[in-house]
Design a protein. Structure first.
Lengths: 200, 201
């Protein structure tokens, strides 16, 4: 067959596309279980990390169940018990610079203190906004008392604000928009949690 | 054998994709503020460049001229998605922190350039070698930039703290503009060396 003819081009394109897509599908099926298992554990680990529980990688699901009495995280507000203290855990999400950031926040049941936050997924620039996942940033939230039902993310020294009574968090240097978006997301979540709990 | 050596030298220095051909600059700016990410990213480029060249060279007689470039892009995308899937499954943390950049290897002109210029007119084995060495040429200059940026920007190397206590990190090094400066200075110095060598010949 003439190599530059229409028929040959169409057949060739079809066959090569078919072969490549077939191989891709095989790879996808081969790795699917691993990825979904990882994602499931990743979310649970993020929750456990946010509430400050130490955990072993093999036992995340068991430990999660013992605190929340749930098999898997849900999208509703979850109530758990650590050391006899009730905590509320809820997912938050919102738009940041490049895309949606999803995370979880843990608060005491009076909604006065943040017990911790964790980031589940984001599309921020690696090394800049992507540093919202770093522990120095997240640690600032652990035990932070909220001020007038709000937190504030400000431009600070870049090494973190560990005064837990002022409701102020140091933003990430070079990632002002991402830092601000986190502030907006968390304040919205605190507001909606207050409505949900009925502001007791 | 000397042919393989010549290609190695050509791709690592004389015709380096980054500082001589000035290709693949966007990824140079984006992923070089952290050595671990840079290493995985450049390793992926080596893999994709090598296998794309090999595949294109193997089936070059079958590819109709009219759709040549589309088929090359298809093959590149195939290998990039394979890399992306494997990273997701086996190195999920790195895959998360690289974000969209792995997928963007598809648009890296270095790979398309080698497939079109080299693999279309050479046998599969030497094309594989050309792809791998081009990737290495890309790797060493990116790793050198990442070394400077991570050291000064975070005070760490591969995430391990190496700078003395109290070292003031340079925020500019974390941000993309610093890659412009470092790459620009590197191109200037390296091309000066190359030119002075040539003129002394």
């Amino acid at each position: 067959m003439e190599k530059n003819s229409m028929t040959y081009t169409a057949i060739f394109s079809f066959i090569i596309t078919f072969i490549l897509v077939f191989l891709l599908t095989l790879t996808y099926i081969g790795t699917k279980d691993r990825v979904s298992e990882y994602n499931k554990n990743y979310e649970i680990s993020a929750i456990l990390k946010a509430i400050g529980v130490k955990f072993k990688d093999e036992e995340v699901q068991k430990q999660f169940k013992s605190i929340f009495n749930l098999d898997l995280p849900t999208n509703k507000t979850m109530i758990g018990k650590i050391n006899g203290e009730d905590i509320l855990v809820s997912k938050f999400s919102g738009k940041a610079l490049w895309g949606t950031v999803t995370g979880i926040i843990a608060m005491d049941k009076n909604l006065k203190t943040i017990k911790g936050i964790g980031i589940i997924s984001h599309n921020e620039t690696p090394g800049l906004g992507g540093r919202i996942e770093d522990s120095w940033f997240l640690k600032q939230f652990r035990g932070e008392t909220i001020n007038k039902n709000m937190i504030k993310v400000v431009q600070g020294s870049g090494s973190g604000n560990y005064n837990f009574n002022d409701g102020i968090i140091d933003g990430i240097v070079g990632a002002t928009r991402t830092s601000k978006s986190i502030e907006v997301m968390i304040n919205q979540k605190i507001k909606s949690l207050r409505e949900e709990v009925g502001n007791e | 054998m000397s042919k393989y050596k010549g290609i190695l030298k050509e791709n690592l220095w004389d015709n380096n994709p980054v500082f001589v051909q000035i290709l693949g600059i966007c990824s140079t700016l984006a992923v070089t503020n952290n050595l671990t990410n840079t290493f995985i990213m450049t390793l992926s480029v080596i893999f994709v460049a090598g296998f794309t060249n090999f595949t294109v060279a193997s089936i070059k007689h079958l590819i109709p001229g009219k759709v040549r470039m589309i088929i090359q892009t298809l093959i590149i995308s195939f290998f990039v998605i394979i890399v992306d899937l494997l990273l997701r499954a086996y190195l999920p943390d790195i895959s998360k922190s690289l974000g969209p950049y792995v997928g963007l290897i598809i648009t890296n002109c270095i790979i398309m350039g080698r497939a079109e210029v080299f693999a279309q007119s050479n046998n599969p084995l030497i094309s594989l070698w050309d792809g791998i060495t081009t990737g290495l040429g890309y790797m060493w200059i990116l790793m050198a930039i990442a070394f400077i940026r991570e050291l000064l920007g975070f005070g760490t190397l591969f995430g391990i703290s190496v700078m003395p206590e109290g070292f003031q990190t340079w925020t500019i090094m974390i941000m993309a503009p610093s890659a412009f400066f470092i790459l620009g200075i590197a191109i200037w110095i390296i091309n000066n060396i190359r030119l002075s060598k040539e003129s002394s010949k």
